[in-house]
Every structure is written in C-alpha cells, then in structure tokens.
Design a protein around this ligand. Sequence first.
Ligand code: ZN
Length: 132
Amino acid sequence: MQPTKIDHIGIAVSNLDEAIKVYEALGLNCTGIETVEEQKVRVAFFPCGDSELELLESTSPDGPIARFIEKKGEGIQHLAIRVPSIEKALVEMKEKGIRLIDEQPRYGAGGARIAFLHPKSTGGVLIELSER
Ligand code: ZN
C-alpha cells in the first residue's frame, strides 16, 4: 500500500486552549481549529515540517477522546499514516489479518478520508490510515 509519510500524530488533551499554548511555546503555529461532530472532538492543527501534530479535545464526556483520557490520561492517542488509496489499504490490511475498526473510510479532520486499525492487532498502537 506504500505509505508516503507520517500524516500526523494525534494527541489527546483535556484543555485545548492550554495545550495550544504549549505547542506555540515550542515555536509551532496553529493553522486552524475544527470540530468533527461525528467523533465528538475539537482538533487544533500544528504543521511541523512535512507532518503535523493534531491536538484533540473531546466535545462530550462520552466521546472517544474523553474515554481515552479517562483510561490512560492525556498524551499521544494515535499515529496517522498517509496512504495513496484508503480502499486498497483496507483490503490489504484485512488480507494480512489486521483487525479493522473501520471497514469503510470515514470523514476525518482537515478533509481527509480515514480509517482506524484495531490496536489489538498492532501492538497497542492506534493506527489511522489517512488519504488526502
Ligand atoms: Zn487523526
């Protein structure tokens, strides 16, 4: 499936405004904030070289980010790998016996088409495949 780069790293934060200050202190610029209703998340984008950091704040106590923070605390939540074709990547992963969370691509922040692989199949890392 020839991944082309690390698209972004998703970081779960409990307070987006406070977290933004930390990454701005690092010299990075926030290029936008988007709410993805379907995933109950507010996302701040910080391009860094050829990749990006995404800060993720839950918009609801029952959202996936809120549940992640409840279980594991704030921190790195997922790793996104850019692929040229998400459909092809999903077929290939399935053939190789990797468990999928998303059988079909869905809408991701920044207009990407995304799908998650199950961390039980990937050594505990939540991997997102991303096509833009
Ligand atoms: Zn992501």
